[in-house]
Ligand binder design. Structure first.
Ligand code: SF4
Ligand code: SF4
Length: 379
């Protein structure tokens, strides 16, 4: 297992992190805790959870395992939802997590799921969520304040340049990394910890192993290659994996044991390989930015990727617009797909030669249809 210091925290964290969001819900908490102990026995020392993961059982399961581990041999990360938006509420969430985890303190406590600038501004305003975390930190209940985010690279850079966080958890994998890479570079520049979640693109990579075979080196699967991409990346401290079985743990640890660090030349090769082999797919390279209508084109095109990679129908995508349109760098938009003036600037620059204008037209229709679906509560 590779270990590296998480930013300036002084904590040496394992390159493979345990994501506590995919426990087997048919098993008891005690049985699931066995999986946590197994991961610890393989050298994993970073365990991530959140309130409400796995029917709100995740923190409890981890707590059962932590009681059996030596203090100081593991690090706990958990999170506060943005809905807990007063100092008292976020402070109470810290206490709630500590009770479930049966621990005196949380090492890495995250402001959870920043998707747009407005979320950040609200959470850090006086008397709001961030102040509750400062209070918990002053009482020794949490050590390091971090955030998790689904913004694009520029959004992540803006967030971390605030100086309010010691580490960032972001959704990065071998297929979408170009979209968020500037965020990782910003964290590196500021010497902040970097944890990446969703290494297998929500199951897309193992489910499409034939189409994605080009990602793999000889003797490995595309899943191995995707894990290796994060685990071997010197710019990333932790690749967070949601484990359900011992085999999942073994696979990630096997990759970590045999890993050769990725250098810049290898990164360039991966970029070129993806561009060449996935020619309908937006790589998030960002060359189309500076749209005169201010449409966040990479965010929209990455969203469109889901239809292509996961073979989703138009109806599926309309439902996704309703449910998830606040993600993937479109949450912060000041212009919608319908605002495209068809100037052609983006298509001239697109490295993948994508039909951006017609895709935006299609997505504008999805947005109209999604508007007709009754609204969910914003978090
Ligand atoms: S064609 Fe549309 S999306 Fe592309 S740059 Fe022009 S206005 Fe923006
Ligand atoms: S230039 Fe093309 S591939 Fe690159 S982010 Fe824009 S749409 Fe995606």
């Amino acid at each position: 297992m590779r270990y590296s210091e998480y930013g300036k925290t002084g904590k040496m964290v394992s390159a493979v992190g345990f994501g506590g969001m995919r426990f087997d819900m048919k098993k008891s908490d005690e049985e699931n805790a066995e999986l946590v102990l197994y991961a610890a026995s393989k050298g994993i020392n970073y365990f991530d959870s959140a309130p409400y993961y796995c029917d709100d059982r995740s923190e409890t399961i981890l707590g059962l395992a932590f009681k059996q581990l030596k203090a100081g041999s593991f690090y706990i990360a958990t999170k506060c939802p943005l809905s807990e938006d007063t100092e008292q509420k976020s402070y109470d969430m810290v206490r709630r997590s500590l009770d479930k985890l049966q621990q005196p303190k949380i090492h890495f406590y995250h402001l959870w799921n920043l998707r747009k600038t407005a979320h950040f501004d609200h959470a850090v305003a006086p008397g709001r969520l961030y102040d509750g975390l400062l209070r918990a930190q002053s009482e020794g209940l949490i050590e390091h304040i971090c955030c998790s985010t689904h913004q694009d690279g520029a959004g992540i850079r803006r967030t971390v340049e605030s100086g309010l966080f010691e580490g960032v958890l972001m959704g990065v994998n071998i297929l979408n990394f170009m979209f968020r890479w500037d965020g990782i570079l910003a964290c590196n520049d500021l010497n902040l910890g970097v944890a990446c979640m969703n290494p297998l693109a929500g199951g897309v990579i193992p489910q499409h192993s034939d189409a994605l075979a080009f990602l793999a080196d000889e003797g490995e699967t595309p899943t191995d290659a995707a894990l290796r991409f994060l685990i071997a990346n010197p710019r990333i401290n932790i690749a967070l994996n949601g484990f359900t079985t011992r085999e999942h743990v073994d696979q990630a640890c096997r990759v970590a044991e045999n890993v050769v660090p990725l250098n810049e030349a290898a990164m360039t090769r991966i970029k070129e390989n993806i561009s060449r082999n996935l020619n309908e797919i937006c790589t998030g390279c960002g060359y189309c930015r500076r749209c005169p209508a201010k449409i966040p084109i990479p965010g929209y095109m990455m969203f469109y990727n889901q239809m292509l990679l996961e073979h989703k129908s138009r109806e599926d995508m309309i439902k996704l617009v309703e449910a998830f349109h606040g993600y993937m760098g479109v949450a912060d938009r000041v212009a919608d797909a319908k605002d495209c003036i068809k100037c052609g600037f983006c298509e001239e620059r697109c490295t993948q030669h994508l039909p951006i204008i017609s895709r935006l037209t299609e997505m504008a229709e999805w947005e109209v249809e999604a508007e007709k679906i009754p609204k969910r509560l914003e978090d």
